[in-house]
Design a protein around this ligand. Structure first.
Ligand code: NAP
Length: 291
């Protein structure tokens, strides 16, 4: 069996076209969705990610502000910037690129972002909203995985999903989103006794570990849907995921590639969340005007 490819680039193009259209509607009402991205320090990978986010905003017609600070920035100064952006009406979404330098408490900074502008979905209010099934921003990477799964046309209701990884930014929210879509969810991690015993039972597998070849063909039930979140380098220095793509694609029914799967969707869902944040503001001003 050769799996069907779930194309994150193609789905991203579709979703970004929708974002551009929603942005045009908002602009006609005098509101331009705005994203502020803060980066502290010179981490090269972070600068690449941030560049992609800013470029994607421009392509979809969103306003974006990139604030770059040296690694020596004091925590209090960063918090002051976040507070200023919280009350800036031109900004609907705030993203603080992680990791931050060790002297800055990342948790404190994320918690300083107004939940209504937490388009990365990392604030405890957003995590709590996801847990309780109430409205809030879903964190971008697992949200992108949900969109990729939905693009296959497979109904997640009643499916057994196995999530490998339990980080706060990917594994845990992924499990909660799958639960919300009525899947039966198993979460595996580094202390899981027999990973293969779990993955072999799965209709859906999401691998979010950060170690290549974590999922091999002998661990996958024929026809399963496999989403590869991992971003690693192989011996030749080429980008690869957590899944042995060449082997697993012969067993799975659907599979995401790396690159071109989850990666582009993470940036896309950031745009989706930002336009949604601006739509909430537009709705609120309509309500106020009607009073
Ligand atoms: P993380 O915080 O390091 O979490 C990794 C998780 O994998 C942990 O829960 C860990 O378990 C688990 N794990 C480690 N070894 C394992 C094993 N042998 N078997 C089963 N589980 C194991 O990483 P993350 O932030 O979730 O990211 C995971 C991967 O996704 C990384 O490669 C990252 O670069 C990538 N990523 C990609 C995107 C994208 O846009 N494409 C976005 C975010 C992350 P414990 O909790 O027990 O330690």
């Amino acid at each position: 069996m050769t799996a069907q490819l779930i194309d994150g680039n193609a789905l991203s193009r579709q979703l970004r076209a929708d974002v551009a259209q929603r942005t045009a509607v908002l602009k006609a009402k005098g509101i331009t969705p705005g994203l502020a991205v803060i980066i502290v320090g010179l981490d090269p990978a972070s600068h690449v990610y941030v560049g992609k986010k800013v470029e994607a905003c421009a392509q979809a017609g969103l306003h974006s502000v990139l604030e770059q600070y040296p690694a020596t920035l004091a925590e209090a100064e960063l918090l002051a910037r976040v507070h200023a952006l919280n009350i800036d009406p031109a900004i609907h979404g705030i993203l603080v690129q992680l990791p931050l330098p060790a002297h800055i408490d990342a948790h404190k900074v994320i918690e300083a972002i107004a939940p209504s502008k937490d388009v990365d979905g990392f604030h405890i209010a957003s995590a709590g909203a996801l847990m309780t099934g109430t409205p809030g921003f879903w964190s971008c990477t697992p949200y992108g995985c949900i969109k990729l799964l939905q693009s296959t046309g497979i109904n997640l209701k009643g499916k057994h999903a196995v999530v490998i990884g339990r980080s706060n930014n990917v594994g845990k929210p992924m499990a909660l989103m799958l639960l919300q879509k009525n899947a039966t969810v198993t979460v595996c991690h580094s202390a899981t006794a027999n990973l293969k015993a779990h993955t072999l039972q799965a209709d859906v597998i999401v691998a979010a570990v950060g170690r290549r070849n974590t999922l091999t063909a002998d661990m996958v039930k024929p026809g399963a849907v496999v989403i590869d979140v991992g971003m690693n380098r192989n011996d030749a220095g080429k980008l690869c995921g957590d899944v042995d793509f060449a082997g697993v694609k012969e067993v799975a029914g659907w599979i995401t590639p790396v690159p071109g799967g989850v990666g582009p969707m993470t940036v896309t869902m950031l745009l989706v969340n930002t336009v949604e944040a601006a739509e909430c503001v537009a709705l609120e001003s309509t309500r106020v005007a009607a009073k």
